[in-house]
Design a protein around this ligand. Structure first.
Ligand code: SF4
Length: 248
């Protein structure tokens, strides 16, 4: 978005300067606000609406990141653009990635892939790793979990495969919602032939964001859902393993 002074701006939810879960090494993570999905288990529902974030210019945001660039490089980390959904603000995301690459930082894009068509090839040229959340293998389950179609995400994964762009797949295991063996089976079958996938993470559902739904007056549908037991996680791992896919 361009402001009245003709500067590129973006809506920012928050940043984290020592992230260790959103890509390799220690990372500077920028969480952009705005997301077209409505995941039942979202732990940041306050990020769904873009304008709840703070509008900042690209120079301001980059100015905060730049001093960390050499430390992140030494820590074998980099920058991750996350959200919300970073591709809801493609121009801002692209410019951040471009600046980070120009400073020699490793770059990661954390996305649901639903807006994959907004990522130009030039944007992806500035991405070293895509953290792709595939929230279900069965389209109906995906729709139930997120409120949107699975097709754009799968198409984006296939495009990344054609570009040979490294991917880490992330799958949130929610008892009673995404843990049906058939759902996991379908996801495993989809990802099995994709050679650009470097790693598959099973993320156990947790309720740490439940209070935010209440604070915002939104209906939290998973209040009676339990966090997955170790046994349930192992069961999911075993289905991926049957397809030769190691999970973390
Ligand atoms: S994609 Fe992420 S930010 Fe968007 S609703 Fe789902 S969990 Fe929340």
């Amino acid at each position: 978005m361009i402001n009245e002074q003709n500067q590129l701006t973006g809506y920012i939810h928050s940043v984290e300067t020592g992230g260790t879960v959103d890509g390799p090494g220690v990372r500077y993570v920028v969480f952009l606000s705005g997301c077209p999905l409505r995941c039942q288990y979202c732990h940041n529902p306050d990020m769904m609406k873009m304008k709840r974030g703070t509008q900042k210019t690209i120079d301001d945001v980059w100015g905060d990141i730049a001093p960390y660039a050499s430390f992140m490089k030494r820590a074998k980390g980099g920058i991750t653009i996350s959200g919300g959904e970073p591709l809801a603000q493609p121009d801002f995301t692209h410019e951040l990635l471009k600046r980070a690459k120009a400073h020699g930082m490793h770059t990661a894009l954390d996305t649901s892939g639903f807006l994959g068509e907004k990522a130009t090839d030039e944007l992806l040229d500035n991405v070293d790793l895509v953290l792709l959340d595939i929230k279900s293998g069965i389209p109906e389950t995906y729709m139930q979990a997120t409120g949107v179609s699975l097709v754009p995400t799968l198409n984006f994964a296939l495009r990344l495969e054609r570009l040979n762009k490294p991917m880490w797949i992330r799958f949130v295991l929610v008892p009673g919602l995404t843990d049906d063996p058939d759902n996991i089976e379908r996801l495993a079958e989809f990802i099995k032939p994709l050679k650009a996938i470097e790693r598959v993470d099973i993320l156990p559902f947790h309720k740490m964001g439940e209070y935010k739904w209440k604070d915002m007056g939104m209906d939290y549908k998973l209040k009676d859902t339990h966090e997955p037991t170790l046994e349930e996680i192992e069961r999911a791992r075993a289905i991926f393993a049957k397809h030769g896919i190691e999970t973390r």
